[in-house]
Design a protein. Structure first.
Length: 115
């Protein structure tokens, strides 16, 4: 269960399939970046990838970015959010990859899972 955070970027809501990236904390206080797609015509989630940074690595990431851990969703938004004109699923997938690279570039590990 995700407890706090924000939407980083979302594809055009007028499309049949809308993809979204959110950065949040789960109930175990792990930092989570989630990529998911919803098919509005079929009313179901289609793709769901989650990168989970455990609590220890979350603290390392925050320290390396010189921010309080609670501000990590905002840091990710400031770096990757609000990409005006980004509307295609492939654009959102690219941003998700860039976020994962951003985390790795700080020497921080995450666990990638899919549903």
């Amino acid at each position: 269960m995700l407890t706090s955070g924000m939407i980083i970027i979302e594809s055009d809501e007028d499309l049949e399939i809308v993809s979204t990236i959110a950065a949040e904390y789960n109930s175990k206080k792990n930092f989570v970046v989630e990529y998911y797609c919803i098919n509005h015509e079929k009313g179901r989630k289609m793709i769901d990838y989650t990168a989970t940074v455990d609590k220890e690595n979350t603290e390392i990431l925050a320290k390396r970015l010189k921010v309080d851990p609670i501000n990590l969703p905002q840091v990710i938004y400031d770096e990757f959010g609000d990409c005006t004109g980004t509307s295609r699923l492939s654009d959102i997938e690219y941003v998700f990859k860039e976020i994962l690279d951003f985390i790795l570039d700080r020497g921080v590990k995450y666990k990638l899972s899919s549903k």
